[in-house]
Ligand binder design. Structure first.
Ligand SMILES: Nc1ncnc2c1ncn2[C@@H]1O[C@H](COP(=O)(O)OP(=O)(O)OP(=O)(O)O)[C@@H](O)[C@H]1O
Length: 571
């Protein structure tokens, strides 16, 4: 929010009642209004008086058009309408996202790894969809990820703010999340620039600060730029962040764009793999199959000068936005021909790529796509040459063309609304049908109960009833190097040995608030999982009284640091 100026006056809008100020951007204010009918709160973004020149107006309308074209995506803020107020200022009306943005949360709240991954996959889906429609966001940052009433992240601000490479530097606000190529003297960028900024955003959620911000040192724009351009990225210093996630973020934020994931989709797949590795629910990817790359909505070279823009109504372009032309003269290219007519009908829809069951190797984009898929409701998008990152530069974008952006033909096959409609249909079924289903359900439930009882009896008979343990992700290499002065536990010993269980105990020589312990069974034949506990003992199951059990234990501080050397003991 820009605190150096007063908010503008909210315009009178027929059918809407002003409620309050939501935020102030560089070119516009955002107000909350209440719509009379249908009755609902909305957010209204109004261009400032000082930005009423033709270029800013065109850019503002372009933003509205772009957002409208992407609005069907569940992780992009929905736009309802746009118009010019009686005071002459253009405005557009959006869904109201009442929950705090990630920008308002990440410095004060410890955001979990699970939420970060979920957010990453969903926003990457949104970004991939935008890229397929020829739109680069170029200002992805925590503050531009709002939250819907359903708790979904919603990407916003496809606008003029921070649009120009040079202005990005001048405004300073977006520098912490900007990739090196956008901070260069002659900025250039493509889809991989958005991948970088999204990764930098996820890093911020985990670290509680932007990636190159150094606590206690100067974080002035020039310092940040120097570090972004030259310094290697440090791993997130949190014990619950697995090394695989640090590796994914490091790749997505490589200084050289060619070393990054080549698309937001590939990045989303890599994040899914981390979810899978951590045994978290795997977040679905929602992307559209419409691909606009051959339209070259984004200027193909920095010297591009088609001249086409000069005879268009909107001569000045928001330099961070690239709009596909869906007119017959320059149609959005169709996906490759399909032989299966059923699949062909699906190809226009918003695709939900289901969670994949089998693990996917992380090492290359190609490998992340070559995996078994349990259910894909429409053709799963593959990264091919038509998905190659779009070249972009501010200089070329100045010459680019803004055309009216016809909302694409979306056919949302899944998602929350589809789900509710399906539920509603179910409720409308006849009583007879309901009774039949109830009988079937009761029969099924009885069978399930019987199976559960049998399983329970079998388990008891085998004497293998194990206490549930909370799996703890592996500490990363960096974390075990960056140990500070956390001591090892002392007095680790076997305090009880029984036929099928061994109990170990230990002491904490320097207890700190919120200390926990990470322990694991040492097994030379297999890699065992770390488990976190706040107790100073653990009971480990074993098969026979003769079986030797060895464990190692480390102290895990609340700040993420761990004992430099774990203590070890065997039964
Ligand atoms: N749909 C919305 N619902 C609720 N609050 C919103 C909504 N859209 C924007 N806001 C609030 O208004 C603020 C300003 O929004 P804007 O789109 O101008 O983004 P900005 O990034 O702050 O500005 P700039 O475009 O200059 O970077 C946001 O930071 C957010 O707090």
């Amino acid at each position: 929010m820009n605190s150096r100026r007063q908010p503008s006056l909210p315009p009178k809008i027929t059918g809407f009642e002003y409620v309050g100020l939501l935020g102030m951007g560089g070119f516009a204010d955002v107000f909350e209004y209440r719509q009379d009918f249908p009755r609902r709160p909305v957010a209204v973004k109004v261009l400032l008086d000082s930005s009423l020149d033709a270029g800013s107006r065109d850019a503002f309308f372009a933003e509205a058009n772009i957002m409208a074209g992407l609005s069907q995506h569940p992780s992009i803020v929905t736009i309802h309408q746009a118009a010019i107020a009686s005071d002459g200022r253009p405005y557009f009306i959006m869904e109201y996202c009442a929950r705090p943005s990630l920008g308002a949360r990440f410095r004060t709240e410890r955001i979990s790894v699970a939420e970060t991954l979920r957010t990453g996959v969903r926003v990457a889906s949104a970004v991939e969809t935008a890229h397929r429609l020829g739109v680069l966001h170029r200002d992805i940052k925590p503050a531009n990820i709002l939250a819907t009433d359903f708790g979904w992240p919603a990407l916003t601000d496809f606008g003029i703010a921070g649009a120009v490479g040079e202005q990005l530097v001048a405004s300073g606000m977006s520098i912490p999340w900007a990739p090196p190529e956008l901070l260069a003297d002659e900025p250039f960028g493509d889809a991989r620039s958005d991948v970088y900024s999204l990764a930098a955003t996820l890093y911020s959620l985990l670290a509680g600060r932007s990636p190159f911000e150094v606590p206690g040192k100067s974080n002035a724009p020039i310092d940040l730029i120097t570090r972004i351009e030259r310094e290697p990225l440090k791993s997130v210093d949190r014990v619950d962040v697995p090394q695989s996630l640090n590796l994914v973020l490091a790749r997505a934020m490589a200084k050289d764009p060619s070393h990054r994931f080549s698309s937001a989709l590939a990045f989303a797949h890599a994040l899914q793999n981390v979810e899978r590795e951590m045994q978290l629910p795997v977040t679905g990817i929602d992307v559209t199959d419409i691909q606009a790359s051959s339209v070259a909505p984004v200027a193909e070279s920095r010297e591009a000068d088609s001249g086409a823009g000069s005879n268009q109504p909107s001569a000045l372009v928001p330099e961070n936005t690239h709009v596909t032309d869906s007119s017959p003269r320059n149609p959005v290219p169709k996906p490759p021909e399909e032989t299966d007519p059923e699949e062909a009908t699906r190809i226009r829809g918003l695709t939900t790529v289901e969670a994949q069951e089998e693990p996917v190797v992380l090492t290359s984009d190609v490998e992340t796509r070559l995996r078994p898929v349990t259910t894909v409701r429409a053709d799963e998008p593959e990264t091919d040459s038509s998905l190659a990152p779009h070249a972009w530069s501010p200089a070329a974008a100045k010459e680019a063309l803004v055309r009216d952006f016809e909302p694409q033909e979306f056919e949302q096959t899944t998602g929350s609304l589809g789900y509710f409609y399906a539920k509603r249909q179910q409720a409308d079924q006849s009583d007879q049908g309901m009774r039949r289903r109830m009988t079937a359900l009761i029969t099924l439930a009885s069978i399930l109960l019987l199976v559960l009882i049998l399983l329970f009896i079998g388990n008891r008979a085998l004497g293998r009833h194990e206490a549930p343990q909370t799996p703890e992700p592996e500490p990363t290499t960096t974390q075990s190097l960056d140990t500070g002065s956390v001591p090892a536990v002392t007095g680790l010993k076997v305090s009880g040995a029984y036929d099928t269980m061994v109990r170990f105990e230990w002491n904490n020589p320097d207890p700190q608030p919120d200390d926990a312990y990470v322990w694991r069974i040492i097994d030379v034949n297999s890699h065992t999982q770390n488990t976190r506990t706040t107790e100073t003992f653990v009971e480990v199951q074993r098969d026979t009284a003769e079986q030797q059990i060895c464990i190692e234990v480390s102290i895990a501080r609340a700040n993420g640091k761990m004992s430099s050397t774990p203590a070890r003991e065997c039964s």
